[in-house]
Ligand binder design. Structure first.
Ligand code: DC
Length: 231
């Protein structure tokens, strides 16, 4: 096992529930959380703000290296995300920003520029890292790696309900289409494509509730770290 701070990685496509599952697991363990997708989303928003095109790799690299983004954890464990001091917690969750994030995330210089920033989240007592390449690229030495899957229809529906709850109105058919496009881009990009690490435990979440997925993950965690679960 690693001598470094322990890391659990939770990778998968959007709509697999990995975001909320990672949040709950981190909370129960009392560990830090890295929402790496949020970092790509903040960068996409910064690009929009500074009129940088999503294919301008050189300018995006500079923007990524100087990205003034902060994740401020509140008393209720909810994180507020600031871009250049402005609260962008909700703005980064729109489909428009998600799509732009997926485009800029395919650029090698952008991924390299964000690498150390993500690794810096590794702190004691431990880290739960949520993303696409947490187990394959960012934390290949993680103590435990999970890869969540779900059918496109189920994921689109979950995303639809999630956005609706937040008062963001979207069309379900458009959502399925955008999701497919985004998946294809994330899976087919030459650098850090979305795929399970060889040593990842794959969980098909189609017929599982969030709580059931959390329980599965925590039961694996308890095999390695028997005393860490808080509840
Ligand atoms: O998980 P999410 O939907 O918030 O991520 C937004 C986009 O960022 C996603 O389409 C692909 C990209 N991303 C990535 O390439 N690598 C990560 N580790 C996390 C997200």
């Amino acid at each position: 096992m690693t001598q470094k701070e322990p890391v659990i990685t939770v990778d998968g496509a959007s709509g697999t529930g990995k975001g909320v599952v990672s949040q709950i697991v981190a909370k129960r363990l009392g560990w830090k959380l890295l929402d790496s997708g949020a970092l790509y989303r903040v960068l996409a928003l910064a690009a929009q703000k500074h009129a940088v095109a999503v294919d301008n790799e050189a300018a995006l690299k500079v923007l990524a290296e100087h990205l003034d983004a902060q994740f401020v954890t509140q008393v209720n464990d909810f994180s507020v995300i600031l871009l250049e001091g402005e609260d962008v917690t909700d703005t980064i969750r729109t489909e428009k920003v998600g799509n732009a994030a997926s485009k800029i995330a395919a650029l090698p210089a952008v991924r390299i520029a964000l690498l150390n920033r993500q690794r810096a989240f590794r702190e004691l007592p431990g880290l739960v890292a949520d993303g696409r390449d947490m187990g394959t690229v960012i934390f290949p030495d993680a103590s435990l790696k999970f890869f969540l899957t779900a059918s496109p229809e189920e994921r689109a529906l979950r995303r639809y309900n999630q956005l609706k709850e937040k008062g963001i109105s979207v069309n379900l058919t458009d959502l399925v289409e955008e999701l497919r496009e985004r998946d294809k881009r994330d899976q087919e990009r030459p650098i850090a494509p979305l795929r399970p690490a060889e040593d990842a435990i794959c969980i098909d979440t189609d017929h599982l509730s969030i709580e059931q997925v959390v329980a599965l993950i925590l039961s694996e965690v308890n095999k390695i770290f028997p005393v860490v679960t808080l509840e």
